[in-house]
Write a protein that binds this ligand. Structure first.
Ligand SMILES: [Zn+2]
Ligand SMILES: [Zn+2]
Ligand SMILES: [Zn+2]
Length: 99
């Protein structure tokens, strides 16, 4: 299980409830349903929902956080290893040695 550290050294109290391993995603399912387009993908680390980033027109990852209060999404881009905590507005990075 990946453990996460806040990039600037602050504490995030939300990582203990995360059960999903970050991994690349293929599609934003909400965009597929509505015929939308996305730029980048984010994976919810609570329930495995994949949504699109805030550069995408429909911002389904943020909409998912607002609808569910699942606090942390990880990048679902194949080359990126970071996560974002919405309540803390903080970038999380894998703990040293786990990248
Ligand atoms: Zn947090
Ligand atoms: Zn989307
Ligand atoms: Zn979720």
């Amino acid at each position: 299980m990946t453990s996460w550290q806040v990039q600037d050294g602050d504490v995030c109290g939300h990582t203990g409830s995360l059960v999903v391993e970050p991994r690349p995603g293929d599609v934003c399912e909400d965009c597929v349903r509505t015929g939308g387009r996305w730029v980048h993908l984010r994976r919810c680390l609570v329930c495995d929902h994949v949504g699109c980033c805030d550069s995408s027109p429909n911002r389904h990852a943020t909409a998912h956080w607002q609808a569910t209060e699942h606090p942390v999404v990880a990048s679902a881009e194949p080359t990126e290893h970071w996560a974002w905590c919405y309540p803390d507005q903080a970038v999380l990075l894998p703990a040293a040695g786990e990248q």
